[in-house]
Design a protein around this ligand. Structure first.
Ligand code: NAI
Length: 475
C-alpha cells in the first residue's frame, strides 16, 4: 500500500490554497507544500493578509502554516520532495489559435507536467485537480512517460483525476463536508494502488461512501457536466424570468412552486442578472467545444444555449436600465452595488457586474461602484480589459461608502447578492438622489412593494412592473 506523507500542490489559487489548507488541517501527519510561480501571491499566503477572501480560510491557515502547511515559490524542490503532486493551475478559455473563445487553454497544465518531468525523482502520483477536458490525463502521462524512459533514477508516474467541486464563498464548508470526492484512475494494479493512496488522504475526514472512484475519463467529464448542469439551471430559471416580466407572473413564486417537486429540488433556482465566476462559462464552453470536436453538433447546440441565455440576460438587464431611465443614461450617475460575481467572495472573474457596467459605459453612464470585498484596483483592471483605460478614467468612480455612491445618482443597481445590501437605509439614500429615482434589483434581494413604498421606480428581474401585475397580461 502506498502511503502519502508529503503532498505538493502547484497553483496557490482559489482551489489550491483552500484545498491544501483543509488537507493539512485534517491530516497533521501529512506535510503539505503549496507552490506558485507568482511570488506576490505566495508572499500574501505567508502574510497576515491572505490573497483570497474566503470565510473560515484564515483560521485554518493560521492553525497549520509553519507546522505542516507551507507556501513557497521553489517549484523544483517541492516536486522533488513530494509523494503526490496536485496540479491546480488555471485553465482559462483559450484566446488564440484553434478553439479560441471555446477550448480551455492547457498551457499552464502542460508546463507543470513538464516541470514534474524535469525535476521528479522516484515514484510520483500526479493528480489533476484543475478542470480539464476529457483525456487531458493522457497528455500529461505522455509527457511524464517520456521523462521516465529517459531517466535512470527509478521514476514512475501514475496520473489521477480528482476534480474539485468547492464553490467560492463556501469553500471551507464544502471541503470539510463535501457531497462527494471524485477520483478517477487507471484500471491497472498500479493505477488502483494510486487511487487507494489518494482515497486514504481524503478518508481522514470524508465518509468512505462519499468518495467515488471511477475511470479517469468519467471523472474528467463529470466535472464539466456538473458545472454545465448548474449553469443550465440558472439559465433555465433566467429564461423563465423573462416570461414572468412579460406576463405578470412572479419568478420567485414560480421557482418555489417548481422547486417543491422533489424530482427538481429547490437549489439553484434563483433568477438573477446571470451567472459569473471563472468556471461556469469556461467549463460549458469547454463541453461545447468537446461536442463539436466529436461532431455531436446537436449536443453542442443544446449546451451552447446555456451561454446564449446568460449573455442575453445580462444585456436585457442593462437595456432595461437604459429604457427605464427614459432611454438615455449619458452623463447620469448610476450607483452600482456589488462587483464580485457572488456574495462572500472578492472574486470578480467573469462577474455579470463587468458586463452590465460595460453596456452602461457604452451608453456613457457615469458609474459609482461600491463592493464590500473588491478593491478599486481590481474593479478598474476588470473594466479596463472590457472597455478602455480612457473610458474607465472618464466614467467610473469607486466608493467605499454606499451612501456616497448613491448621492445624486439617478438609479441604484444591485448586481451582487451581498447580505449587507439588505440592511441599508434606502429612504435616506432616496432623499439624497436625483429624482425620479430608480432601483434595479438584479439579484431578487428586495420586495417590489417595499422599494416602491419609499418612492423609487422599481425594476426587478422576473417580476412585472406594477401596472402589468395589477391588470394581468392580455394576449
Ligand atoms: P487561480 O488562477 O486562482 O490559481 C491558479 C494559480 O496557478 C495561479 O496563482 C498561477 O500563478 C498558478 N500557476 C499557473 N501556472 C503555473 C506554473 N506553471 N507553475 C506554478 N504556478 C502556476 O485558479 P483557481 O480558481 O484556483 O482554479 C484552478 C483550477 O481549478 C482551474 O482549472 C479551475 O477551473 C478549477 N476550479 C476552480 C474553482 C473555483 O471556484 N475557482 C472550483 C473548482 C475547480
Amino acid at each position: 500500500q502506498t502511503v502519502v506523507r508529503r503532498i505538493t500542490c502547484v497553483g496557490a489559487g482559489y482551489v489550491g490554497g483552500p484545498t491544501c489548507a483543509m488537507i493539512a488541517y485534517k491530516s497533521p501527519q501529512i506535510t503539505v507544500t503549496v507552490v506558485d510561480m507568482n511570488k506576490e501571491r505566495i508572499d500574501a499566503w505567508n502574510s497576515d493578509s491572505l490573497p483570497i477572501f474566503e470565510p473560515g480560510l484564515e483560521d485554518v491557515v493560521m492553525k497549520c502554516r509553519g507546522t505542516n502547511l507551507f507556501f513557497s515559490t521553489d517549484v523544483p524542490e517541492a516536486i522533488r520532495s513530494a509523494d503526490l503532486i496536485f496540479i491546480s493551475v488555471n485553465t482559462p478559455t483559450k484566446m488564440y489559435g484553434k478553439g479560441a473563445g471555446m477550448a480551455p487553454d492547457l498551457k499552464y497544465v502542460e508546463s507543470v507536467a513538464r516541470s514534474i518531468a524535469e525535476h521528479a525523482q522516484g515514484p510520483k502520483i500526479v493528480v489533476e485537480k484543475s478542470t480539464v477536458p476529457v483525456k487531458a490525463a493522457e497528455s500529461i502521462l505522455s509527457i511524464l512517460e517520456d521523462a521516465q524512459r529517459r531517466s535512470n533514477n527509478n521514476l514512475t508516474f501514475q496520473v489521477l483525476s480528482n476534480p474539485e467541486f468547492l464553490a467560492e464563498g463556501t469553500a471551507m464548508r464544502d471541503l470539510a463536508s463535501p457531497d462527494r470526492v471524485l477520483i478517477g484512475g487507471e484500471d491497472s494494479e498500479e493505477g488502483q494502488r494510486a487511487v487507494a493512496a489518494l482515497v486514504n488522504v481524503y478518508a481522514s475526514w470524508v465518509p468512505r461512501d462519499r468518495i467515488l472512484t471511477t475511470k479517469t475519463w468519467s471523472s474528467e467529464l463529470s466535472k464539466l457536466v456538473a458545472n454545465a448542469f448548474l449553469a443550465q439551471r440558472i439559465s433555465s430559471i433566467n429564461s423563465v424570468s423573462a416570461i414572468c416580466e412579460a406576463t405578470g407572473a412572479d419568478v420567485r413564486e414560480v421557482a418555489k412552486a417548481v422547486g417543491c417537486d422533489e424530482r427538481i429540488g429547490s437549489n439553484f433556482l434563483n433568477a438573477s442578472v446571470g451567472f459569473g465566476g471563472s468556471c461556469f462559462q469556461k467549463d460549458v464552453l469547454s463541453l461545447v467545444y468537446l461536442c463539436e470536436s466529436l461532431h455531436l453538433d446537436k449536443v453542442a447546440d443544446y449546451w451552447n444555449g446555456v451561454i446564449t441565455i446568460n449573455n442575453w440576460q445580462r444585456r436585457r438587464f442593462a437595456d432595461a436600465i437604459v429604457s427605464e431611465l427614459f432611454n438615455t443614461v449619458a452623463g447620469k450617475k448610476i450607483a452600482i452595488f456589488g462587483f464580485a460575481f457572488k456574495k462572500s467572495t472578492g472574486d470578480t472573474r467573469e462577474s455579470s457586474a463587468i458586463h452590465v457596467s460595460k453596456h452602461l459605459m457604452e451608453e456613457e453612464a457615469r458609474l459609482a461602484v461600491y463592493d464590500p470585498a473588491v478593491t478599486e484596483k481590481q474593479m478598474r483592471q476588470e473594466l479596463v480589459m472590457e472597455t478602455s483605460e480612457k473610458s474607465v478614467n472618464k466614467l467610473v468612480t469607486v466608493f467605499s461608502d454606499p451612501y456616497e455612491a448613491a448621492k445624486d445618482a439617478h438609479a441604484i443597481v444591485i448586481l451582487t447578492e451581498w447580505e449587507e445590501f439588505k440592511t441599508y437605509d434606502y429612504a435616506r439614500m432616496y432623499n439624497a438622489m436625483s429624482h425620479p429615482a430608480a432601483f434595479f434589483d438584479g439579484r431578487l434581494l428586495f420586495k417590489r412593494k417595499d422599494i416602491e413604498a419609499i418612492g423609487f421606480h422599481f425594476f426587478g428581474i422576473g417580476s412585472a412592473p406594477s401596472h402589468l401585475s395589477e391588470v394581468g397580461y392580455i394576449l
